[in-house]
Write a protein that binds this ligand. Structure first.
Ligand code: UDP
Ligand code: UDP
Length: 265
C-alpha cells in the first residue's frame, strides 16, 4: 500500500538516475523508467504545487558527438538501441517532457546538461574513470584504460558543478536551459592516467581493456551560455580537484585497512 506525502515544495531538483555506465547498464529497463516515469511524476508534482523544477540532464544527450565542442543547439548523435541508450534516450525523453510541460502547462523549468563530474565522496566502486584510476593507483593495481586512451573527456570538479546548479535554480523564469555545466579543459584518458600515476607516485602499470560499445570519442562543453546567463564558469582546475579527490580516497582506504586489521584481531 502506498501513502501520499504532503509537502510544502517550491523547488524540485530531479537528480534521480545512476550516472556511471556500469551502474546504469546493470538494469537498463529500470534506468529508462527512472528517467521517464521519474520525470513525469516530478513534473506532475511541480504542476500541482506550482514549484520550479530543475532536471539534471547530461552531456550524453549529445551521444558520440560530431560537433566539437558541444553547444546546446547541437541535437546530438545517439544510438537509440545500444547499451548506453537506456541512459541517453531516457535523459533525452526527460528533456522532451520538461519542454512540453513548459510549453503546454507553463511550468517553470531548468534543464542543465552535466559533463563528467568528479570529487570527494564518490564511491570507490563508482566505476567511472576518475575514481577507478585513483583507487587503482593508491592500491598499486593496474590502471585499466579502455581502448587506446585517445578518447577525451572534460572533467568538472563537484563544487563548481553545485555552484552552477544553484545559480541555475536561482535564475529568472526566462532561463529554461538547456544549459551546459562543465569544465571545458579537455584531456585524453591516457593523459588522465599518466597524471594520476605521477601525482600519487604509484608503481601501477597501464593495461588496456576493450573499449565499450558506443563509447564517445570526444567530449567538451561550450559554456558560453552558462557564462552569459548565469555568470558562471568553473574555478577548480584538474590538478587541484584531483589533489582533493586523491586525499579523500587516501583517507578512506587507510580507514578501511585499519578496520580490516581490527576485524582480524
Ligand atoms: N503526480 C505525482 N504527485 C503529484 C501530482 C502528480 O506523483 O503531486 C504524478 C501523477 O500520478 C501523474 C504524473 O505525476 O501520473 C503527471 O501528472 P499530471 O497532472 O501532469 O498528469 P495527468 O495526471 O493529468 O495525466
Ligand atoms: N574509462 C577507462 N577506464 C576505466 C573507466 C573508464 O578507460 O576504468 C574510459 C571510458 O571508456 C571512457 C572514459 O574513460 O572513454 C570516461 O568514462 P566514464 O565511465 O568515467 O564516463 P563516460 O563519460 O563514458 O560516461
Amino acid at each position: 500500500m502506498t501513502f501520499p506525502i504532503y509537502l510544502e515544495v517550491d523547488q524540485i531538483y530531479n537528480l534521480a538516475c545512476p550516472a556511471s555506465p556500469i551502474h546504469y547498464q546493470h538494469d537498463p529497463v529500470q534506468t529508462t523508467k527512472t528517467s521517464v516515469h521519474g520525470a513525469i511524476n516530478m513534473l506532475g508534482l511541480a504542476k500541482r504545487v506550482k514549484a520550479k523544477i530543475l532536471q539534471a540532464s547530461t552531456s550524453e544527450v549529445y551521444g558520440d558527438p560530431n560537433v566539437h565542442p558541444q553547444t546546446e543547439d547541437y541535437w546530438g548523435h545517439v544510438n537509440p538501441i545500444g547499451p548506453r541508450s537506456c541512459y541517453d534516450e531516457g535523459k533525452r525523453c526527460a528533456e522532451t517532457l520538461f519542454f512540453d510541460y513548459w510549453r503546454q502547462h507553463r511550468l517553470r523549468i531548468k534543464v542543465m546538461r552535466i559533463f563528467n563530474t568528479y570529487g570527494p565522496r564518490m564511491h570507490p566502486n563508482d566505476g567511472r574513470v576518475v575514481s577507478n584510476f585513483i583507487v587503482q593507483a593508491l592500491l598499486g593495481q593496474d590502471i585499466t584504460i579502455y581502448g587506446d586512451g585517445s578518447q577525451t573527456r572534460s572533467f568538472c570538479y563537484v563544487d563548481d558543478l553545485i555552484e552552477g546548479m544553484m545559480r541555475l535554480m536561482a535564475s529568472g523564469d526566462q532561463v529554461t536551459g538547456p544549459i551546459n555545466i562543465g569544465n571545458p579543459n579537455e584531456f585524453t584518458i591516457l593523459e588522465l592516467a599518466t597524471k594520476i600515476i605521477e601525482m600519487i607516485g604509484a608503481k601501477s602499470k597501464i593495461v588496456r581493456r576493450p573499449l565499450p560499445e558506443n563509447d564517445p570519442r570526444q567530449r567538451q562543453p561550450n559554456i558560453s551560455r552558462a557564462k552569459a546567463q548565469l555568470g558562471w564558469e568553473p574555478r577548480t582546475q584538474l590538478q587541484e580537484g584531483l589533489t582533493r579527490t586523491i586525499a579523500y580516497f587516501e583517507k578512506m582506504l587507510s580507514e578501511d585497512s585499519v578496520r580490516e586489521t581490527q576485524a582480524v584481531e
